[in-house]
Write a protein that binds this ligand. Sequence first.
Ligand SMILES: O=C(O)c1cc(=O)[nH]c(=O)n1[C@@H]1O[C@H](COP(=O)(O)O)[C@@H](O)[C@H]1O
Length: 274
Amino acid sequence: MKIEELVSQIKLKKSFLCIGLDTDLDKIPKHLLDHEEDPIFSFNKAIIDATHDLCVAYKPNIAFYEAYGLEGWKALERTMEYLNEIYPDIFTIADAKRGDIGNTSTRYAKAFFEALNFDSITIAPYMGRDSVEPFLEFENKHTILLALTSNQGAFDFQTKNIGGHELYKEVLERSKTYKNSEKLMYVIGATKASYLEEVRQIVPESFLLVPGVGAQGGSLQEVCKYGITKDVGLLVNSSRGILYASQGKDFAPMARSKAKSMQEQMEIELAKLN
Ligand SMILES: O=C(O)c1cc(=O)[nH]c(=O)n1[C@@H]1O[C@H](COP(=O)(O)O)[C@@H](O)[C@H]1O
């Protein structure tokens, strides 16, 4: 998907919500486990059907599928086929946090961009230029680099001062020199919203994937205050806060109502841009 198409979907739906498909068999409603052959896919399909008009992106976190072996991977494949066939305007993110020496990165890129047909993938920048550039070679695909993550461990390395500025700023600066860097986006945790002002000085236009609202305590309003651009430039993710709004038979309409409440708050923020 091209960035312009993502921006036009955001404007059309008045939403920059990304729903994280972190599908956990210990948390999904029990009746799906008892009656469905493929409970992971059945859960995802019900969530997608109930929320697709309120969000612009879905982000399956690959760990939740790999954890169930072949069955999990098949459910991921079915979810991607369903999204690409029924809702092709929705941006898809493989939250895989990969990155390796060049020829291995190319295989990861093929797995997620070609075999599974995701629009984008999350990548750890630690191995540097030649681990990231293979992902940037793919047409109309996007690479989302971890810059400043939402967790406490972000302070172990990412905010450490190296050569006069913090490591996450070096990631932002340096990655702008990578070949095809216009295909880069960045992860900035919602729990670190006040840092967004400085992030925007380095990457004024880039799209940011912002996880950590809801269950992790980040605030949508704070994120928008410091991070929104004229083309919005934000995808704000919520996973557990939407998926597990109810563990009963009403889980899908309850997820919809959580997503609707986030979309309405986003609409207010978008109106401020005009
Ligand atoms: O790359 C991510 O999406 C990510 C980066 C980060 O800094 N923090 C973070 O929580 N995430 C992911 O975003 C999702 C957050 O889930 P909830 O806290 O349930 O909304 C999980 O899939 C995390 O793996």
